[in-house]
Design a protein around this ligand. Structure first.
Ligand code: C2E
Ligand code: CA
Ligand code: CA
Ligand code: CA
Length: 275
């Protein structure tokens, strides 16, 4: 038997117990993170593939714990969702993104990711309405990104909340399209404005003929349903060229621009404005 030197018998703790304790300690750190001001938003630019024009940005949450290395949202969002903390954190994200919009050019749009838990555990349309009113920005400048997992729940409340968001004048994007149990019926059942093609298809565009076929088909769907189509995770010129040739409207990815602090976004947004 081995002690880990003071912290008990971690060496022999089964993996799931260890994971539970990691989640518990992250949850207690997350609990105070909002009031300690440990969250920031980064903004990843979106570009029109045809003109190269900067059209907007996606707000991406960052958590910097003072004693730890930056923690990926892919790791802490699930914990925030399990604990319900995603509700107050999500409100902070919405308020901060709306505030950022007041400093950006009038035609600039910002997208915010919404968790299914925000729909389940709060009146998310009411929250969005409050943040819009407080900031005074035009609702059409805000987009919300949701994933298919929300639609799977397939309940009346979800549809109602999406309709309420739509009625406010914000636009709705279906994120990570093609990765879940996509049902094409979702496209007519819910009031989407935008489809975001998942990075996994973009990244294999050049190597897997299936990916090119899927992307081309999704662009066609977008055209038929009058939806804007944006591709995420664009990393190479060849990917960008292929997306453009398929008729994809917009692109987002490391080739075009990395997530950046608001100050950096303000610089590229106002430069683009004065062209
Ligand atoms: P997502 O919504 O699919 O966001 C895109 C992710 O891909 C971001 O990771 C972004 O930094 C990354 N990315 C962008 N371009 C490229 C590229 O060219 N190549 C590669 N390899 N990656 C790229 P990030 O910021 O780590 O966010 C991960 C996920 O966390 C997001 O995936 C989203 O689901 C979630 N998330 C982030 N911020 C929020 C938030 O405020 N609220 C909620 N509920 N979820 C959030
Ligand atoms: Ca997203
Ligand atoms: Ca995405
Ligand atoms: Ca994705």
């Amino acid at each position: 038997a081995k002690s880990d030197g003071g912290n008990g018998w971690r060496f022999f703790t089964p993996e799931h117990d260890r994971r539970i304790s990691v989640v518990r300690s992250m949850e207690s750190d997350l609990r105070g993170a909002l009031s300690r001001g440990e969250f920031t938003l980064n903004y990843q630019p979106k570009f029109c593939l045809v003109t190269g024009r900067l059209t907007g940005a996606e707000a991406l949450l960052r958590w910097t714990h003072p004693a730890k290395r930056p923690i990926s949202p892919a790791d802490f969002i699930p914990v925030a969702e399990l604990s319900g903390l995603i509700v107050p954190i999500g409100e902070w994200v919405l308020a901060t993104a709306c505030e950022a919009l007041t400093r950006l050019p009038a035609d600039f749009r910002v997208a915010v990711n919404l968790s299914p838990v925000q729909f389940r555990r709060s009146d998310v349309a009411e929250t969005v309405a409050a943040k819009l009113a407080l900031s005074g920005i035009a609702p059409a400048r805000l987009e919300v990104e949701i994933t298919e997992s929300l639609l799977l729940e397939n309940n009346r409340a979800t549809a109602g909340a999406l309709e309420a968001l739509k009625a406010l004048g914000v636009t709705i994007a279906l994120d990570d399209f093609g990765t879940g149990y996509s049902s094409l019926a979702y496209l007519c059942k819910f009031p989407f404005d935008t489809i975001k093609i998942d990075r996994s298809f973009v990244q294999t565009l050049e190597t897997e003929p299936g990916s090119a076929a899927i992307v081309r088909a999704v662009v066609g769907l977008g055209r038929d349903f009058s939806l804007k189509v944006i591709a995420e995770g664009v990393e190479t010129e060849a990917q960008k060229r292929m997306l453009l040739s398929f008729g994809c409207d917009e692109g987002q990815g490391y080739l075009l621009g990395r997530p950046m602090p608001l100050e950096a976004l303000l610089q590229i947004a106002t430069n683009a404005d004065s062209r």
